[in-house]
Design a protein around this ligand. Structure first.
Ligand SMILES: *Cc1c(COP(=O)(O)O)cnc(C)c1O
Length: 351
């Protein structure tokens, strides 16, 4: 084989590495002790993201998981119920932290990560019932990761958040990929964030930063969030080194997310043409391609292994579900090559 040794890594948009220019921005960042509120780079990033999201204040945190855990801590009490889309990150990918840290139980609503206001209203358990866990919070993921990077219809979000407010239920947007949702839909970040009490965004996904998420909301909630961050061990010191990567990415990487979306579509179009690949092209709106393998095709683990041997890294989401994620460290040509190799593997296997 004369192929390049470096595989095309489509496992996640978290695999992106800081570019030389981003590393320079980090090295040169003015810093101070953030626990005294004295890190100018952290303060700038927080102000900038608060403004982008149309919220009063924001807080830099080490991970999206910690942002989610802070939101649960602020907006629920032990014994409360949290309603979230099926396959939500909070339910599946946080090691049981919601139960361990905040004592909440999750109930999934709807299918494929999305749900309607009617489904939400039907799922609400009122406070004061003698046996039910009261619904304290509704959490929405936009875009929805395991749902294939779907962008939520904003009208549904507005209706759900209004119903929540009417019922005294708090609202949280897990916007780990909200930048993708904004670029794909053309909607302003502040409009997407407006209906929610608290909103988080990730810097370490498509924006290509090495570390960090930001959680935004009212000044009072963000003051409480700073205490929760401390409690969870996520309070940092000269974290301006990390925040500087975020500032750099907002200037230089955010406008480029559309290229990732085009690359995902390129992969989806190739795969959709293969018999036995169950894929609704219309659902590939951002940088995630989730495809299901019909009976008769090999299972996800074997497709992942064969693709890996052919230099294409993808991940198995379930027994017959595979995910490919595009990002700034894979080019259009890489994605075209990856799509061809995946197609070859699936065609030869399908017979
Ligand atoms: C990646 C992700 C997170 C947070 O992940 P971390 O690895 O903790 O930064 C949260 N929610 C969603 C939907 C995600 O995709």
């Amino acid at each position: 084989m004369t192929e390049a040794a470096e595989p095309i890594d489509l496992r996640s948009d978290t695999v992106t590495r800081p570019s030389p220019a981003m590393r320079r921005a980090m090295a040169e960042a003015p810093v101070g002790d953030d626990q005294y509120g004295e890190d100018p780079s952290v303060n700038r990033l927080q102000q900038r993201i608060a403004a982008l999201l149309g919220k009063e204040a924001a807080l830099f945190v080490p991970s999206g998981t910690m942002a989610n855990q802070i939101a649960l801590k602020l907006l629920t009490r032990p014994g409360d119920e949290v309603l979230a889309g099926e396959d939500a990150h909070m339910i599946w990918h946080e090691a049981g932290a919601g139960a361990a840290n905040s004592g909440v139980q999750f109930t999934p609503v709807g299918r494929g990560g999305l749900f309607t206001a009617d489904a939400f209203r039907a799922a609400i358990k009122p406070r004061g019932h003698i046996v039910w866990p009261p619904t304290a919070l509704v959490a929405i993921e936009n875009t929805h990761n395991l749902g294939g990077g779907r962008v939520w219809p904003q009208a549904d979000i507005v209706a759900i958040c209004k119903a929540a407010r009417d019922a005294g239920i708090a609202t949280y947007l897990d916007g780990a990929r909200l930048f993708n949702a904004s670029v794909a839909s053309g909607a302003a970040l502040a409009d997407l964030a407006q209906p929610f009490d608290l909103v988080s965004v990730a810097l370490s996904k498509g924006l290509g930063c090495p570390v960090g998420s930001v959680i935004a909301g009212s000044a009072a909630d963000i003051a409480r969030a700073a205490r929760a961050r401390r409690m969870f061990g996520g309070a940092m010191r000269q974290s301006g080194i990390l925040a500087a990567a975020g500032l750099y990415a907002l200037d230089h990487h955010l406008p480029q997310l559309a290229a990732d979306h085009a690359n995902a579509r390129l992969i989806a179009e190739q795969l959709a043409a293969i018999p036995g690949i169950l894929r609704d092209l219309a659902t590939v709106e951002t940088n995630i391609v989730v495809f299901r393998l019909a009976d008769g095709l090999p299972d996800a683990a074997s497709v992942v292994a064969r693709a890996g041997a052919a230099g294409v890294l993808v991940s198995a989401l379930g027994a017959r579900t595979v995910r490919a994620v595009t990002h700034r460290d894979v080019s259009h040509a890489d994605c075209a090559r990856a799509a061809e190799r995946l197609a070859e593997i699936l065609r030869s296997a399908g017979g």
